[in-house]
Design a protein around this ligand. Structure first.
Ligand code: SF4
Ligand code: MG
Length: 328
């Protein structure tokens, strides 16, 4: 709720704060138990920072994080450490997140040791069991990360996240570094595991195509703000925000007969340290109106379960359209 993460920009030898990068700027959303919420946006939009803040790997500047009836912000370091058993993360680059000098067995056992789960013999058994669950073999426990392919390493990363029987998994671009042919396998595995272990996912990705089939709901971020959030069906069928429309038009369609017009977003992502006034998307938006440069649109529910932050959908704006129609 109202989550913010602002990083100070420091200058000079005394490290004087001269401004802030508003990496996450007042976003609110929820994820229901057992569902997958996709969070999508270009790099630098704040989606990874959001994931880290939710786990308090980064302290939020402001806001509340309610999980299982507790506000995580109120927890002590020790209580938060215990809670992390229930919230695990899967990272984009499985190679960078697996210690190259440790065997897979040791890597998978570590979260169990940290949280004081099971005795040594039971832990080893659980490691072997979970290697099989993610599609590997018990003998892989003796091997090292470099002996595996990218896809296998991501399976190991997923197994590690599962070791503590978490409720929520925050997956930060878990398939972005993988070949397209391998991506589908890992996504299918994650979906099977979700069902088997009743997991809740927050699935971060940079393109809407990846999260399409896995997400129950999808949120789109731009420059630290959530600009649209909706159940998947409604979002993919009727994207409301011009940015979502552009992102979606870039997703290839499997049916070649259905040619769609690609919307090209002009210009680069603005500097997050100095974001545009009003709607931060106005510098690239093909539908920009006068109000957009001065007033920041709020995220409001447009239809049930589908919210958007864009002046095109303001009540007053809708009213104007109707007035124009009536006048003509
Ligand atoms: Fe475009 Fe204005 Fe909507 Fe922003 S508020 S997305 S600039 S129409
Ligand atoms: Mg990222």
């Amino acid at each position: 709720k109202n989550l913010k993460k602002h990083f100070p920009i420091k200058k000079g030898i005394f490290g004087k704060t001269v401004g802030h990068v508003k990496a996450v700027d007042d976003i609110s959303f929820y994820v229901n138990e057992g569902e997958t919420l996709g969070i999508v946006g270009e790099s630098g939009c704040g989606k990874s920072t959001t994931g880290r803040v939710l786990m308090r790997l980064l302290e939020p500047t402001e806001g509340e994080i309610e999980f299982d009836g507790k506000n995580l912000i109120d927890l002590s370091v020790e209580e938060m450490r215990k809670t992390r058993r229930d919230i695990q993360m899967v990272f984009q680059d499985p190679y960078a997140s697996l210690n190259p000098r440790h065997t897979i067995g040791k890597i998978l056992e570590e979260p169990l040791i940290v949280h004081g789960i099971l005795n040594s013999k039971e832990r080893k058994k659980k490691v072997e069991e979970f290697l099989v669950i993610v599609g590997l073999h018990p003998f892989h426990a003796k091997r090292y990360p470099h002996q595996f392919s990218g896809g296998q390493r991501q399976r190991i990363g997923i197994a590690r996240a599962l070791m503590t029987n978490p409720k929520l998994i925050i997956a930060d671009e878990p398939v972005s570094a993988l070949d397209v042919s391998i991506q589908a396998q890992v996504l299918n595995l994650m979906q099977d595991l979700q069902e088997e272990f009743n997991l809740t996912y927050i699935f971060i990705a940079h393109d809407l195509g990846v999260v399409r089939h896995i997400s129950d709901r999808v949120g789109v971020m731009y420059l630290g703000k959530l600009v649209e959030i909706s159940d998947s069906e409604s979002l993919y069928e009727k994207p409301l925000h011009p940015y979502t429309q552009a992102l979606l038009s870039a997703v290839p369609v499997p049916d070649p007969d259905y040619a769609k017009e690609q919307i090209i977003i002009e210009g680069d992502i603005p500097n997050p340290a100095n974001p545009p006034s009003g709607c931060t998307f106005h510098t690239r938006c093909p539908f920009k109106m006068d109000i957009c440069t001065v007033d920041s649109p709020k995220l409001v529910e447009h239809t049930t379960g589908h919210s958007v932050a864009c002046h095109l959908y303001d009540e007053s704006q809708v009213g104007n359209d109707i007035k124009q129609l009536e006048g003509s």
